[in-house]
Unconditional design. Structure first.
Length: 520
């Protein structure tokens, strides 16, 4: 492994300097970041980032490094790899420098310096095509394509909102504050996003920023769908509440009444405990591996095999422990109580009655054409790379729905007052459950429940999925509903980026709401 010192770094500096001086360059001149690779048309994921610079004087420099999120099979890392780990686990950082020539749509590269001396003198022949700011290199392996996007220009990417619902004048100052915060602190760091706000059951503002697909420059629209992760849980809990209203579901019955195939445990588990994360069902053991599942489960009950034979973590009711698998079991119980498969139950009882036409399960076999491309953050380049493909059929109820910010505002607004849901159902959803020793968990049935500093009743949920991060917040005291969807995996760093804004943006609207006048 040759260290990147001396001649290699000198060549890089010469290349970058040359790119700023020459005129009349080839169209591929500039710096490109790899965002995706495909083999025979199917996405592949190597866990590597790559940057490729072409200079006007026909030199190139390419550097490839492990990206944040790459997980060696034998270890789970939640941080950047050290130099020693790069060498030990991946063979280190790879760099090559050489010359290139372009003939029609053929690119020929000759590497006369390489971080691996055994590869000096390599000759690469590839075809290429340009689609706007996207460069696609084809070959040299059969059916292999590498997709690159042009590096960020010297000036920041413009923050240009596309407005779908314009706010009433009294909310103008709040929207201006929100736009300023988004442009300064979020839009440059995410591929695309939707934001929507409702007051007293009426949508007052809806807007989008950025792109749903960076490679094809497809903008985010009001109907672009995002993976909403755990915001699926409130949707599932609506179906639960409606079945309880119908007298078809007993919250305190043992789970085997509705799912007789689920193995009996040391202690009984009830439907209520599943809805409130008090069941003792385990969560993810390996977040990375389990969230990246590619197994297709044809039915909800088939997905129970992941955890059905595992012991409970504790006696149900004695502790709060957040678990998406608990919601998979809960959805099987809803199927048993209703006689309908889970997606059909939710569609007929929740989504269709509320007019949520852009909300559905994430079905890999029949992908939605409106779904935003999923991206992971690439901390090395501060850019984005396509997420690995996943199959969420094992967790539709707890983290497998697609939706839009507008649909989520419609959903949240349906919980401001009784109507389709009785007062008893609203109390079920929004009253904190307690452990057996009387401690409140801060979680009702599918919702986090709290009081803010003004004493307002705030019910909310965040969602983190592969290629998606979402927030839904409902102020039941004032009628203010806020939703945001982003097509970026909810890593801890992304959470730190989004979290403060998710709290601040609703507060911008509070003065106008408090002044009265409803949504007008």
């Amino acid at each position: 492994m040759r260290p990147l010192t001396g001649s290699l770094w000198t060549c890089l500096l010469i290349a970058l300097a040359g790119s700023a001086l020459a005129k009349g360059a080839e169209p591929i001149v500039g710096t490109w970041q790899r965002v995706a690779t495909t083999q025979a048309g199917k996405p592949t994921s190597s866990g590597l980032s790559s940057w490729l610079t072409f200079t006007p004087d026909h030199h190139f420099f390419q550097v490839t490094t492990p990206r944040l999120g790459a997980r060696p099979a034998r270890r789970k890392l939640d941080r950047e790899l050290t130099k020693e780990e790069l060498v030990e686990q991946y063979g280190g950082l790879e760099a090559r420098f050489g010359t290139y020539r372009v003939e029609a749509n053929t690119l020929v590269r000759y590497s006369y310096l390489h971080s691996n001396p055994n590869r000096e003198g390599e000759r690469f022949v590839q075809t290429f095509r340009l689609q706007g700011d996207t460069l696609i290199l084809v070959g040299p392996a059969a059916d292999f394509e590498a997709w690159f996007v042009r590096g960020a220009p010297a000036t920041p990417r413009p923050c240009t909102p596309v407005t779908f619902v314009r706010p009433p004048a009294r909310f103008g100052a709040a929207v201006a504050q929100a736009r300023a915060a988004l442009c300064a602190r979020l839009v440059p760091d995410v591929p695309g996003l939707q934001i929507a706000v409702g007051v007293d059951g009426q949508l007052i503002w809806s807007e989008a920023y950025g792109e749903a697909d960076l490679e094809h420059h497809r903008p985010v629209t009001r109907t672009t769908q995002f993976r909403i992760g755990s915001v699926s849980k409130p949707i599932t809990s609506d179906a639960l509440a409606l079945l309880v209203q119908d007298g078809k579901l007993d919250l305190d019955a043992p789970i085997q009444r509705y799912v007789p195939s689920f193995p009996a445990k040391r202690w009984p588990i009830t439907v209520r405990q599943l809805a409130g994360h008090l069941s003792g069902i385990r969560g993810y053991v390996d977040d990375e591996a389990e969230n990246h599942s590619n197994i297709r489960y044809p039915t909800v009950t088939s997905g129970l095999a992941i955890f059905a034979n595992d012991s409970l973590l504790f006696e149900p009711g004695t502790r709060y422990s957040y678990t998406t698998y608990g919601y998979t079991l809960l959805s099987a119980a809803l199927e048993g109580a209703s006689g309908l498969d889970f997606p059909r139950l939710v569609e007929t009882r929740v989504l269709a009655p509320l007019g949520m036409q852009n909300t559905m399960v994430d079905c890999r076999d029949h992908p939605s054409p409106a779904l935003a491309t999923a991206y992971d953050p690439d901390s090395i380049s501060a850019g984005f790379i396509r997420s690995a493909p996943v199959d969420n059929s094992y967790k539709w109820a707890g983290g497998g729905y697609l939706s839009t910010a507008e649909d989520l505002v419609v959903f949240g607004s349906a919980h401001l007052r009784e109507g389709r849901l009785t007062p008893a159902s609203l109390r079920l959803l929004f009253t904190s459950m307690t452990t057996s020793d009387g401690k409140p968990s801060g979680y009702g049935a599918g919702w986090f429940v709290a009081r803010d500093s003004s004493g307002h009743e705030i019910v909310s949920h965040t969602g983190s999925a592969i290629g998606g991060s979402t927030m839904l917040s409902v102020d039941r005291s004032t009628g203010l509903v806020f939703a945001m969807c982003v097509n970026l995996t909810g890593t801890p760093d992304v959470g730190e980026l989004l979290g403060p804004l998710w709290k601040e943006i609703p507060s911008y609207f509070e003065p106008a709401v408090a002044a009265g006048g409803g949504a007008k």
